[in-house]
Design a protein around this ligand. Structure first.
Ligand code: CNA
Length: 311
């Protein structure tokens, strides 16, 4: 009897070109040292709730555009906790798994909610990636429109490291062009639209995919959370996560309270690989017989990263 990981490896081996889509989120980058939103204790929402005066606010408020225009300090305060580093984080084994599959020519598209760009750093062609919520680099001044690299904002942010206890002590970066402090990375805040290319790619690739892998996401943020609904009827879905997401529940209570669930885990085409997604990625690489390719890719990417750090 095959394990679910062996079953997925077998499905992967049978895939025709450009037939796999990924839907991924913050969970795939936790091992890179970037906390996700909703994991208890380490998640950003837990950090926000530690601050007494934020306790009664929705934890998403730091990513709401109106709140940011009112006061950019809560965003940069949480950013200093999300990104407390001077160097860019490194891809995880899950990123490398996606890159190895992409090298095979069987990935049609990677839809990511992450803003860390680690998919591209891992070697995936940027044409295969949709960063649905934008990326941290570059930053943009909301007053004069000037764009500048995140490294400049990080340089200014060093006064806020190690992270301040109170958000009021944070000094937000200012625009190098006009000096205004309403500068933000080009990530999509609540209240802003997703990049139009993401929708174009969603319509182009999702309905054609025969295998979808959903991982490291709670699928709570719309419209991304509804993208897998565009899969065709008979595509296989593998959810690789700590908990099931978008579970379809029957009955009146389900219909009333959990109507957003659309994955029927009882269905033979939907599979749930529970547990640490990095561990699953390593098992998959092993089952596919790609241990050497993985090592070679990792060494190549690490040396590229080293050259960029040195220059
Ligand atoms: P989320 O709501 O925090 O969900 C993360 C999911 O991953 C949860 O279901 C976790 O249980 C699961 N998870 C975390 N670690 C593991 C693990 N090791 N093994 C298995 N499962 C794990 O994050 P979403 O991405 O769903 O939320 C959407 C937001 C988060 C997007 O707007 C992102 O931009 C935003 N975000 C991005 C980053 C980043 O770029 N790295 C970091 C933090 C937040």
């Amino acid at each position: 009897m095959l394990t679910l990981v062996q079953q997925l490896a077998s499905q992967i081996r049978q895939q025709p070109p450009e037939s796999i889509v990924f839907f991924v989120g913050a969970g795939i980058s936790v091992a890179a040292g970037i906390p996700d939103f909703r994991s208890p204790a380490i998640g950003l929402y837990a950090s926000i709730h530690e601050m007494k005066r934020f306790r009664f606010k929705s934890p998403t408020f730091v990513f709401e555009i109106d709140e940011f225009m009112n006061d950019p300090r809560p965003f940069w305060w949480i950013f200093s906790r999300l990104w407390p580093k001077t160097e860019w984080p490194h891809p995880t084994d899950f990123h490398y798994l996606m890159a190895l599959l992409a090298e095979e020519g069987i990935v049609s598209h990677v839809f990511t909610q992450n803003v860390d760009n680690l998919e591209e750093v891992a070697g995936i062609d940027q044409n295969l990636i949709s960063c649905a919520h934008g990326t941290l680099n570059p930053c943009k001044c909301l007053k004069c429109g000037h764009k500048f690299p995140l490294s400049e904002a990080l340089r200014q942010m060093t006064v806020n490291f190690p992270p301040k206890e109170d958000y009021e002590d944070v000094i937000p970066p200012v625009c190098p062009n006009c000096g205004d402090n309403h500068v933000k990375p080009e990530v999509v805040f609540f209240g802003e639209n997703l990049p139009s290319e993401t929708f174009t790619s969603a319509h182009e690739y999702i309905p054609k995919a025969s295998l979808a892998i959903i991982s490291g996401t709670s699928l709570n943020v719309e419209p991304f959370a509804s993208f897998p609904k565009m899969l065709k009827e008979n595509s296989q879905i593998y959810v690789i996560n700590r908990e099931k997401v978008k579970e379809q529940r029957g009955g009146l209570i389900g219909a009333l309270h959990l109507s957003s669930g659309y994955i029927n885990y009882e269905d033979e085409k939907c599979h749930f690989i529970e547990g640490d997604l990095q561990e699953t990625a390593r098992q998959l690489i092993y089952e596919l017989g790609w241990d050497e390719r993985y090592q070679a890719l990792k060494t190549r990417i690490e040396s590229i990263e080293q050259t960029q750090t040195d220059s």
